[in-house]
Design a protein around this ligand. Structure first.
Ligand SMILES: Cc1cc2nc3c(=O)[nH]c(=O)nc-3n(C[C@H](O)[C@H](O)[C@H](O)COP(=O)(O)OP(=O)(O)OC[C@H]3O[C@@H](n4cnc5c(N)ncnc54)[C@H](O)[C@@H]3O)c2cc1C
Length: 388
């Protein structure tokens, strides 16, 4: 069966591309290997889908070419997606930092995309496995549901994170098949695991969260850090995980914006214990373990000025050397992907193979935590949808 456009992958980017192309009167077929569309959308944002971020700008994205995302993001902004959300009467709210979530359920975003696709006469096939793919005069696909052909082929199969809901390396394999280069891929927005020593000290603190700043590689994020059974998570840690090199330490400021030196100096002549002083600013259980590991707690008047200065420095710069990350199983995104050097930033079309497009997370563009990754999926899907 011949279509103008085949989109492989019925997730955020693929559905956006399909509905745009369909609206232009193109005959569009979406092939999705899972039994339902948009599974990642469904589990996103804790079931409420953080569908965009009001503050989206190119600086919120990582890529070997930081300029690549600019054109698509400029042509399809958060306001454009919000207009679509409002058209469908979906109630939403800003949680914090420009992050927009559905009031009720992520399911509403999948339904929105399905309705728009239906309105644009997009054909969707679920449980469809692509077994072979070739470019002759057309793109020729063999699948478990028979052969299909198209003039344009869009790869929207996403990244490697959350394999349990259907992530595959199909997009990367297809890129290689057509001679495209890949940048190194690794888990992004991912929790970090403790070294053996830190695990022994902090492994019991699971569930405790602290307003802190996590830094590394010249970037710093002020949000919560969350202790897990095996390490650290929470928004500040997930954000910095994107910037951290594989073996790099991270630094945590436990009292961001507060002058630790002055706080300690104010108690310098009292016999109050250090852990009780810190307990006024940080969770008591954490302070107990942190002091146990680094600074045995004593009455304040038993520390020298130098010791207090060192403690203050350590509170603002607690350096942690993680053992590893939790990997793709718990990563929200995949960093790296199809090298943008061989793609058009306006249309997402391959410069190697006419009619072949890559959109969404499979491309080497990764956003911060907070709705940026969906905004990239919508924007890159829209960009391709206008041209396929
Ligand atoms: C737990 C979790 C929570 C998240 N929360 C948010 C959030 O709140 N806000 C945000 O901006 N981002 C969030 N993200 C990231 C966001 O979900 C992704 O960046 C986004 O979905 C990428 O869109 P995509 O269309 O490129 O890929 P996907 O949405 O992953 O879609 C790819 C589709 O391709 C299908 N597919 C894969 N291989 C094949 C194949 N071989 N044949 C056919 N189909 C195939 C998949 O089943 C899937 O339907 C979250 C990610 C996770 C894992």
């Amino acid at each position: 069966m011949k279509h103008d456009v085949i989109v492989i992958g019925g997730g955020a980017a693929g559905l956006m591309c399909a509905l745009e192309a369909g609206r232009r009167g193109r005959s569009v077929l979406v092939l999705e290997h899972a039994e339902r569309l948009g599974k990642k959308i469904l589990i996103s944002g804790g079931g409420r889908c953080n569908f965009t971020n009001l503050n989206t700008s190119p600086e919120n994205f990582l890529s070997e070419n930081p300029h690549f995302c600019k054109s698509a993001l400029a042509c399809y902004t958060p306001a454009d997606f919000i207009a679509l959300v409002e058209k469908h009467g979906i109630a939403y709210h800003e949680k914090k930092l420009g992050q927009l979530f559905c009031d009720f359920s992520s399911r509403q975003i999948v339904e929105l995309l399905q309705k728009e696709c239906a309105g644009a006469r997009v054909e969707i096939r679920l449980n469809c496995e692509v077994q072979q793919l070739q470019k002759n005069l057309t793109f020729d696909l063999q699948t478990n549901q028979g052969p299909f052909q198209s003039d344009s082929l869009v790869i929207a199969t996403g990244g490697l994170s959350f394999p349990k809901i259907g992530a595959t390396d199909f997009g990367y394999r297809t890129a290689k098949q057509f001679g495209h280069k890949l940048t190194v891929t690794r888990p992004g927005l991912v929790p970090l695991t403790f070294s053996t020593e830190d695990q022994a000290a902090f492994g019991q603190l699971s569930g405790i969260s602290i307003d802190a700043a996590a830094s590394g590689n010249g970037m710093s994020f002020r949000e919560n850090i969350l202790f897990t059974h095996r390490g650290l998570s929470g928004p500040a840690i997930l954000q910095i995980s994107n910037y951290r090199g594989e073996c790099d330490p991270i630094a945590i400021d436990l009292l961001p914006g507060q002058p630790a030196r002055e706080i300690l100096a104010a108690h310098r002549s009292t016999n109050k214990e250090l852990k009780n002083v810190l307990g006024q600013y940080l969770p008591q259980r954490f302070v107990q373990e942190w002091c146990g590991r680094f600074v045995p707690s004593r009455p304040m008047n038993r520390y020298s000025t130098l010791e207090l200065e060192e403690i203050a420095r350590h509170l603002h710069h607690w350096e942690i050397q993680p053992a590893d990350t939790e990997g793709y199983v718990k990563a929200e995104v995949t960093l790296g992907g199809v090298d943008t050097g061989e793609l058009s930033s306006k249309t997402m079309e391959s410069r190697r193979v006419a009619g072949l497009y890559f959109i969404g997370e499979v491309v080497d563009v990764t956003g911060w935590l907070g709705g940026y990754n969906f905004q990239w999926a919508w924007a890159s899907g829209r960009a391709a949808g206008q041209f396929v």
